[in-house]
Ligand binder design. Structure first.
Ligand code: APR
Length: 232
């Protein structure tokens, strides 16, 4: 790698696991305790908004009890010190990357600490509980919903993500099962442009065979090691 190279990093729930936030598909995963169809689809929101809002209220409240871990801190250091291109694309809706200091960051699946108006599309910072039919400050409609990309909805900023992938020299996937597209396909886009591809995970993922290299272990060990190597 040279310092003008461009790096794209994809993170999933595994990078926040050691901070105490549940993943989706592991033991005690969120999808073990809830059906996606009940809490993470537009149909669920229309059918039973109270249940959907409560699911995200509980996860939003949990953020106050957790802190960024060494993996988030290492990516924030890379963000500060890497002179070349860098984009951290997170599937996570927690705020741990920001709280660690990352700035070249985007949330492709939305954010717990944001409320979205289903009427006018405005998003607003939100830290407390979000009762159904809360009123949008911009358009005054009682249509605020969690600013979460539900299954069946289009992830955010896909153009910016693909632009970064198509110019990447290195693609690193951290703590994701590779179960959900389009994120699970990013490694193929990176490979197609000749980027080096590395996966960091506790165990092999659905896409491991697609990576040049898979390093197995906890993110709090592997991510600082990788950043140390890149900044050496
Ligand atoms: N260090 C590294 N990896 C870890 C750790 C850890 N300490 N703990 C768990 N992992 C890995 C698991 O091995 C698994 O591959 O993190 C991954 C978590 O997988 P999922 O629970 O499926 O989470 P994620 O891949 O982020 O899910 C993708 O699915 O439900 C949707 O929108 C939701 O963004 C989410 C998307």
């Amino acid at each position: 790698m040279n310092r003008s190279d461009s790096i794209v990093i994809l993170t999933g729930a595994g990078i926040s696991a050691e901070s105490g936030l549940a993943t989706f598909r592991g033991p005690d995963g969120l999808w073990e305790g809830h059906r996606v169809e009940d809490v993470c689809t537009p149909e669920a929101l229309a059918r039973d908004p109270a249940t959907v809002h409560r699911f995200y209220d509980e996860r939003r409240a949990k953020l106050a009890q957790v802190a960024p871990n060494a993996a988030h801190q290492a990516l924030a250091r890379l963000d500060r010190e890497w002179p070349g291109g860098l984009l951290i694309v997170t599937q996570n809706v927690d705020d741990l990357h920001e709280r660690a200091g990352a700035t070249r960051l985007l949330h492709m699946h939305g954010e717990l600490k944001s409320a979205l108006c289903a009427a006018c599309g405005a998003a607003a910072p939100w830290t407390d509980a979000l009762p159904p039919a809360s009123t949008c400050a911009k358009c005054n409609e009682p249509r605020l919903r969690p600013d979460i990309v539900f299954f069946g909805e289009m992830p955010y900023q896909m153009d910016r993500i693909y632009d970064a992938l198509e110019n990447a020299d290195l693609f690193v996937s951290i703590g994701t099962s590779g179960a959900v597209y389009p994120a699970a396909g990013f490694v193929q886009t990176a490979r197609a442009v000749g980027a080096r591809t590395i996966e960091l995970n506790l165990k092999p993922s659905a896409g491991s065979a697609l990576f040049d290299e898979t390093r197995l272990g906890p993110a709090t060990r592997l991510v600082p090691e990788l950043v140390d190597m890149l900044l050496r």
